[in-house]
Write a protein that binds this ligand. Structure first.
Ligand code: B12
Length: 435
């Protein structure tokens, strides 16, 4: 096998090891259709990441994509059809604004109008503020997160907008080995963030919209990011967990590392996860779809938008079979709330819910039943509902505090409250944590 590869590479023939096995194509089509169905669901806030995924697909439904883009514009740039309107983009955080700009690139939208130029200026301003806050103290953090900062650089880059040297420099510093600890969360490497930072820098390398003196440092940082991703591969083939693997493989594709044997192993793990129904969150689905067509966000930089015939139509064989719950069989889940310092237990109770209930259902039941009072609040994000307050204690981005979901005593859950389904006898811990 290796000999054959060597010969093929020597002959200059393309060696594509990270290809999708033929039997995966039905699964991919269903994923594509699921995202298209989501784009039509008026009860769900439009998500620019879903639009980007649809545009990076090989199969299209131009009419539905057009309608979805309009919905995105209504939400992310209200009043953008009237030239006098200023839009609401000032309230968008770095990451959302960046995702919206990626969507506009995916639509080949004209960016030379006053309003669109203003969006770009806003993003530049956001990045400047993020950078200033990082520089403020020695251990300073960005206003939002390193992930959103990287997404911001990527968005400007795919639009071929010049990015200030100090902004790039900050990203380079973050990827330096000695500062690697900045990417760690719960003791492990945050593959998602490394992959996003790597994609941003790989885009810069490709489009060359930077001060040429940074060239070598950018190339080295891209190498470091891909190296970290490859090192993060697990025995199951995922890079980090299954949910960080789509962005990780995007980076491998973008940097030509898809020829490495780690890539097909990662792709296999992703297809298996998809087949087993582990990838249900629309945000993750949207990060995965481009990978399954051999693409990455970098492809947006060169995307052409010729109108072609629509080939994506509803396929009944893809209809999802929802989990059947009898509504009669009940399970008991232990729910506890911890708020350090000291394991200060604010609440502990057994909760009964029907089989198949989500963690959100458990919290809702706890809030409705006595004898001890339980309260919680959530906030809608592009990833789904996030738990933002418990027993009156509120998460805070500024103080980098959040409500961590755990299976007691110490296993951090890999799904959010809407997606996680506790089992009979399970102990769930909500812990106010630092990130
Ligand atoms: C940064 C980050 C965080 C930060 C967010 C802080 C901040 N102010 O930025 C912190 C540390 C708080 C966090 C927490 C959690 N996270 Co997180 N997070 C991310 C990351 C790396 C980037 C998210 C982002 O900025 N998106 C871009 C912006 C533009 O979109 P947005 O919707 O506006 O972003 C907000 C939401 O994404 C939200 N958020 C972050 N994580 C999660 C997780 C869930 C389930 C929900 C509903 C929302 C949410 O915080 C963002 C900022 O406000 C993603 C990686 C990825 N691949 O997406 C993982 C990721 C989304 N997180 C994940 C998980 C599991 C969690 C937790 C559930 C972990 C836990 N056991 O407690 C908690 C959420 C618990 C809760 N209270 O509901 C998983 C979700 C996997 C899945 N099944 O879909 C991901 C994909 C990481 C991974 N590979 O496992 N996270």
């Amino acid at each position: 096998m290796w000999l054959l590869l060597l010969i093929l590479t020597g002959l200059g023939l393309p060696v594509q090891l990270c290809e999708i096995p033929r039997e995966g194509s039905a699964l991919i089509k269903c994923l594509n259709l699921e995202l298209l169905r989501l784009s039509e669901d008026q009860s769900v806030e439009p998500n620019p990441s879903v639009y980007v995924a649809l545009r990076l697909s090989d199969e299209h439904n131009p009419e539905k994509e057009k309608q979805y883009l309009q919905r995105l514009r209504n939400v992310f740039q209200p009043g953008s059809s009237s030239p006098a309107a200023g839009g609401q983009q000032k309230q968008l955080q770095t990451g959302r604004l960046a995702l919206y700009l990626l969507a506009l690139r995916a639509a080949c939208h004209d960016m030379e109008t006053r309003q669109q130029r203003r969006l770009v200026t806003h993003l530049k301003l956001h990045l400047h503020k993020e950078k200033e806050q990082m520089a403020y103290q020695r251990k300073g953090h960005p206003v939002t997160s390193y992930y959103q900062y990287s997404l911001g650089v990527l968005a400007l880059c795919v639009h071929h907008k010049r990015i200030d040297t100090p902004v790039i420099q900050k990203l380079l510093n973050l990827l330096n080995a000695e500062k690697r600890s900045k990417f760690t969360r719960s003791g492990g490497l945050s593959v998602d963030t490394t992959a996003m930072a790597g994609l941003a820098l790989a885009c810069l390398k490709q489009t060359a919209v930077f001060d040429p003196s940074l060239g070598t440092a950018i190339s080295q940082a891209v190498q470091r990011a891909t190296g970290s991703i490859l090192e993060a591969q697990t025995a199951q083939g995922t890079f980090g967990n299954i949910f960080s693997s789509p962005l990780a493989v995007q980076l491998l594709i973008a940097t030509g590392m898809s020829k490495k044997p780690e890539c097909p192993k990662g792709m296999e793990a992703l297809l298996l996860g998809l087949k087993r129904g582990h990838i249900q969150n629309p945000m993750i689905m949207s990060q995965l779809l481009p990978v399954l067509y051999g693409k990455s966000y970098l492809d947006l930089a060169t995307l052409q938008c010729q109108a072609g015939p629509g080939t994506l139509e509803v396929d009944p064989s893809c209809l999802r079979v929802g989990s059947v719950t009898s509504g009669v069989e009940m399970i008991t889940v232990q729910l506890a709330v911890e708020c350090p310092p000291s394991p200060n237990v604010l609440y502990r109770q057994s909760i009964q819910v029907p089989v198949g209930s989500s963690l959100q259902d458990v919290l809702q039941t706890a809030a409705e039943q006595g004898p001890r009072q339980f309260t919680f609040e959530t906030q809608d994000t592009l990833h789904g509902p996030m738990l933002t307050a418990v027993m009156g204690v509120r998460a805070s981005t500024g103080e980098r505090r959040y409500w961590q979901l755990l299976q007691a005593p110490d296993t951090s859950l890999q799904n959010g409250i809407a997606d996680y389904q506790p089992q009979e006898g399970e102990s769930i811990l909500l812990r106010f944590s630092m990130w």
